[in-house]
Design a protein around this ligand. Structure first.
Ligand code: SF4
Ligand code: SF4
Length: 159
C-alpha cells in the first residue's frame, strides 16, 4: 500500500470506533439540518436587511415644516468635529436671520463619532440609515447641504 493512502480495512476499523463515528454522524446531521433550513443569505440589493435605529449612516441635513433648513449656522458642529470634516459658511438675511449659505460634510473624513449630531442646538443634523454610498473619486464624498437633504437617494439600486 502506498504511503498516505487508506486501505478498505483501515477505513472499516475506523468506522467501528465509536469515538470517530459519533462526530461524523453529528456533522452529517448538522449538514442535513442546514440543508433543510431557509438560507441566511439575501438577494442584495433588491432585498435589504432591517438596519438598527442606532446605525450611523450618511448625515441628513434637516428642513423644518416651512422647508427651511433648521440650521442657524452657529458653527458648533464644525468646531467639535475631530477630523474637521464639516465646512460651513454662515450669512445673515435682511431680517437678521442667520443661515448656512454653504454646509458641506466630507463623508470620507468623517469618523461618524456623533459629536455634530449631539452638539447641534437646533437638531439640524441626524444620521440616516444609508450605508452603501459609493463613489469613484474623493470629491464625490463631499456632500453639500442639497445632497444631504435626502441621503436615501444614494441607496444602491444595483445597476
Ligand atoms: S460624525 Fe463626527 S467626524 Fe463626522 S462630521 Fe460629525 S463630528 Fe465630524
Ligand atoms: S451645530 Fe447645528 S445649527 Fe449649528 S452650524 Fe451645525 S448644524 Fe447648524
Amino acid at each position: 500500500m502506498k504511503k498516505g493512502y487508506y486501505s478498505v480495512d483501515s477505513i472499516r476499523d475506523s468506522l467501528r470506533n465509536p469515538g470517530l463515528i459519533t462526530p461524523l454522524l453529528k456533522g452529517l446531521a448538522y449538514t442535513f439540518k442546514i440543508f433543510c433550513t431557509k438560507p441566511p443569505t439575501i438577494q442584495y440589493p433588491t432585498e435589504r436587511r432591517e438596519i438598527s435605529d442606532r446605525w450611523r449612516g450618511i448625515h441628513r441635513f434637516i428642513k423644518d415644516s416651512n422647508s427651511k433648513y433648521k440650521c442657524v449656522g452657529c458653527g458648533l458642529c464644525a468646531a467639535v468635529c475631530p477630523p474637521k470634516a464639516i465646512t460651513i459658511v454662515t450669512e445673515e438675511s435682511e431680517d437678521g436671520e442667520r443661515f448656512p449659505s454653504r454646509f458641506m460634510i466630507d463623508e470620507l473624513r468623517c469618523i461618524f463619532c456623533g459629536y455634530c449630531v449631539e452638539v447641534c442646538p437646533k437638531d439640524a443634523i441626524e444620521y440616516s440609515k444609508v450605508y452603501d454610498f459609493v463613489g469613484y473619486t474623493k470629491e464625490e464624498f463631499k456632500l453639500e447641504k442639497e445632497d444631504l437633504e435626502n441621503p436615501e437617494k444614494y441607496i444602491y439600486q444595483g445597476k
